[in-house]
Design a protein around this ligand. Structure first.
Ligand SMILES: Nc1ncnc2c1ncn2[C@@H]1O[C@H](COP(=O)(O)OP(=O)(O)OP(=O)(O)O)[C@@H](O)[C@H]1O
Length: 299
């Protein structure tokens, strides 16, 4: 479990994070979303113990992260521009990782070598940007981290490699309870792999939810009645959006499905369908609730 409590961070006079509190369950994938400059990278660096907050607490398994070598041996942070020692080959960099990370898995390194088709004796800085990112994932996953912290991880990866790397990450989460934090400014990029998401805007956490809760708490409903009905039927429902197309209502309603069904059933509908709500729609309605347009994270 990663626990972040009232974290505040300033760079000189600029407040970059304001009283951020959130929890990330072990063995889950957490999406940290937000627009450019929101404070995502700063929060990830604090979580990884690279920089220190001005106040508040960051703990993993109830231990402070900053300068905690035992924790850092079990954690990998891949920044938005992966770092390698200049002029190191993949093999030399792998040897370095092997010395630093006690759980290094050489067998996995060889297996992934076949699947990624990258030359181990080539200097990393001679690879393309996307290939360098592949190397970063290759080394990171062979270090068998318990915590994998990724800043804009999929930028520059082609769709085939992207799919491959996502499936390796999901496999490690499922098989050995690795915890993953992924920052992105694009909801669509992370929506199918995250268990929970937090949205930060100008250094503040605007919203934090489990995706299952999000989906079970809001419904898109299509309704039609034999005869004209007044809007009275919606009175006891939390309707966040309503539209009438001919004789059919399309509504977005917050609440438990059973409660909505019970209320509507009293008005004897001839059509009562629940339609799938995309995560994008859910976010638009959720964020309207907290007064912020989410256009920039719904690219
Ligand atoms: N070392 C630093 N010194 C001064 N200001 C900084 C430093 N690092 C970040 N900032 C500022 O902190 C704010 C948040 O930056 P951060 O990189 O955390 O945002 P982000 O959400 O990751 O943005 P992006 O999506 O564009 O990468 C920005 O205003 C940035 O200019």
């Amino acid at each position: 479990m990663i626990q972040i409590q009232d974290v505040h961070k300033k760079f000189e006079k600029d407040v970059v994070l304001q009283d951020i509190s959130l929890q990330i369950r072990s063995g889950s994938i957490y999406g940290l979303l937000g627009s450019n400059g929101a404070g995502k990278t700063t929060l990830l660096k604090i979580m990884s113990g690279i920089i220190r907050q001005n106040s508040g607490h960051v703990q993993i398994e109830e231990n402070d992260v900053y300068e905690n070598i035992d924790l850092k041996e079990r954690m990998i942070f891949i920044p938005d521009v992966p770092f390698f020692f200049s002029h190191y080959t993949v093999k030399q960099m792998a040897n370095f990782y092997q010395d630093i990370y006690p759980n290094w898995n050489q067998e996995r390194f060889e297996q992934m070598r076949q699947l990624l088709d990258l030359e181990v004796d080539r200097k990393i800085h001679r690879f393309s940007k996307g290939m360098q990112r592949q190397v970063a994932f290759w080394l990171a996953l062979c270090a068998m981290p318990d915590y994998l912290i990724l800043d804009e991880p999929f930028d520059g990866l082609d769709p085939v490699i992207r799919k491959k790397i996502r499936s390796w990450i999901i496999q490690d989460v499922a098989e050995r309870e690795m915890t993953v934090i992924i920052s992105s400014h694009n909801l669509r990029e992370v929506e199918d792999i995250c268990d929970a998401v937090g949205i930060i805007h100008r250094g503040q956490l605007m919203l934090e939810k489990d995706l299952d809760d999000l989906k079970s708490d809001i419904h898109k409903v299509q309704l039609a009645f034999r005869q004209e009905r007044s809007d009275q039927m919606f009175e006891n429902l939390d309707v966040v959006y309503k539209e009438k197309r001919g004789s059919v209502y399309v509504c977005i309603i917050r609440g438990e499905y059973e409660d909505i069904e019970e209320q509507i059933a009293q008005f004897d509908p001839v059509v009562f369908d629940i339609l799938p709500l995309t995560l994008e729609e859910i976010f638009v309605y959720e964020m309207e609730g907290v007064g912020y347009a989410v256009d920039n994270i719904l690219l």
